[in-house]
Design a protein around this ligand. Structure first.
Ligand code: TRP
Length: 456
């Protein structure tokens, strides 16, 4: 019997309110993807045209797929693997849809392995800033500092280890609810600090050149690889295409509006990324740095701003602390999915599973630590281990997962089921979503893939 999502209740309780859900979802979405990765890949891919394609991907593809993921999660009310298998069976008689959930578990595992390395850098910078070594630093000094950290596998490996331990600690205890409260305070604090930095960049940086770089599209600068990166990053930054959002949706109350919630989260995530870009590029241009610097971009620019601001030592410490915190909430969500899946398939208890998964991710992460020193010349298919894990997950696995999720919700779930989850009061919106899930999002993902391979 098909029961409506409105009657189904999650076994694990529900979010206390829609605001809590928005906060939890933003806590997972807002992270290193917004502040570290977006400016760095926007710089590598030439700026304006990339940013425009990224925005189109976020709103045209990411938003409908986020809606699909939440609605699938709420209708299944289980972990992503079981939800896909259960709904696959219910809607199409085919349980193999669980593969989509499994792909997400693997993606979480791979992403966290290198995510944790970058989070480790942020953590290291909390202590650099706190001990005053960034005060008055110039561009050259900042580059030197960053290379000193990443070039030393032992030190950066230690920070990576510390971040994994912090993450395992929370996941092992299963205390996500304390985090919601923390997100409620710390995320606005991070945004507030970004605004202070924005003020600095507008006054001291080369703001007009940054605006041109970010918002005046020069399509000759954008390769088909760049378009794929923009698509991949839209998935990465919204945490979609891997079942993570499905897991959150499972706890969403049946009364909450999925559409309004998704729009709020997508807008907030995008605003923070753009804000980060507006902080960083004026500094890049004022100091003659290279926008295409790569993964070190924020670590080589933001310390310059703090180095010159009054009270910079304290604000810098707080900033990197908040950045670490944003990475931590994402890291917890990333680790939760392999842990939850393994617990359910093996019957192991949570604590043991979290420690086991933590050790496995930590070991894999060492390859990313070594990508900046001993193994920096070792090239796999897409560059170093670090680059390859990033490419494989963001540019291939997430778009593939998102494609499957869109197709499933648009073609394989009945219109009855999906319209049941998306409130009927906004009728036109439901149809817009359905057209996006059936046609626009899957076709766009396919075209971008084919284009990157060189077929279209
Ligand atoms: N969105 C996160 C960020 O921007 C990274 C991320 C990707 C993520 N997929 C996720 C976080 C799944 C939590 C769950 O930093």
């Amino acid at each position: 019997m098909v029961s409506s999502g409105a009657q189904r209740r999650s076994l694990h309780g529900q979010w206390s309110s829609r605001l809590t859900f928005i906060l939890a979802l933003s806590g997972s979405a807002v992270g290193l993807g917004n502040i570290w990765k977006f400016p760095y890949i926007a710089g590598v891919n030439g700026g304006g045209a990339f940013v425009l394609v990224y925005l189109i991907c976020v709103f045209g593809i990411g938003l409908p797929i986020m809606i699909s993921e939440i609605l699938i999660g709420r209708r299944g009310r289980r972990n992503p693997v079981s939800t896909m298998s259960f709904l696959g069976e219910e809607e199409t008689g085919n349980k193999h849809w669980r593969i989509v959930g499994l792909l997400g578990v693997v993606a979480s595992f791979l992403i966290l392995s290198y995510y944790s390395v970058v989070a480790g850098w942020a953590l290291a910078y909390v202590f650099e800033a706190g001990s005053g070594t960034l005060v008055g630093i110039d561009a050259e000094g900042a580059s030197h500092k960053f290379d000193g950290l990443t070039g030393n596998w032992f030190i950066s490996g230690l920070w990576h280890s510390l971040f994994i331990i912090l993450t395992v600690f929370v996941v092992a205890r299963g205390v996500e609810h304390g985090l919601e409260k923390a997100v409620r305070i710390l995320m606005p604090a991070l945004v507030f600090l970004l605004f202070i930095l924005l003020g600095y960049s507008m006054i001291e940086g080369n703001f007009s050149e940054a605006l041109i770089f970010l918002f005046a599209p020069k399509f000759s600068d954008l390769s088909s690889e760049g378009i794929l990166s923009a698509l991949g990053h839209a998935f990465f930054t919204l945490s979609i295409g891997m079942g993570a959002v499905m897991a959150y949706g499972a706890y969403l109350s049946s009364e909450a509006s999925i559409i309004k919630t998704s729009i709020a989260v997508v807008m907030m995530d995008t605003a923070i990324a753009i804000l980060a870009g507006l902080v960083i590029f004026p500094i890049v241009f004022a100091h003659g740095l290279d926008p295409a610097e790569g993964p070190g971009l924020i670590f080589q620019t933001i310390p310059i701003a703090f180095g010159q601001l009054p009270g910079g030592r304290i604000i810098a410490t707080v900033f990197f602390l908040l950045l670490t915190f944003a990475a931590w909430t994402s890291g917890i969500a990333l680790m939760e999915s392999p842990v939850a899946w393994l617990m359910e398939t093996t019957g192991l208890e949570r604590r043991k599973t979290a420690i086991f998964v933590g050790i496995a991710i930590w070991m894999l992460g060492l390859l990313s630590v070594l990508s900046f020193n001993e193994l920096s010349d070792f090239e796999l298919l897409w560059g170093t281990f670090f680059d390859s894990f990033d490419y494989l997950t963001a540019n291939i696995m997430l778009p593939l997962g998102g494609f499957a999720i869109a197709i499933f919700s648009g073609w394989f779930m009945s219109a009855n089921s999906t319209s049941d989850e998306i409130d009927a009061s906004v009728d036109g919106v439901y149809h817009m979503w359905r057209i996006s899930a059936r046609f626009i999002a899957p076709v766009a993902v396919l075209l971008i893939f084919l284009n990157a391979i060189g077929i279209v």
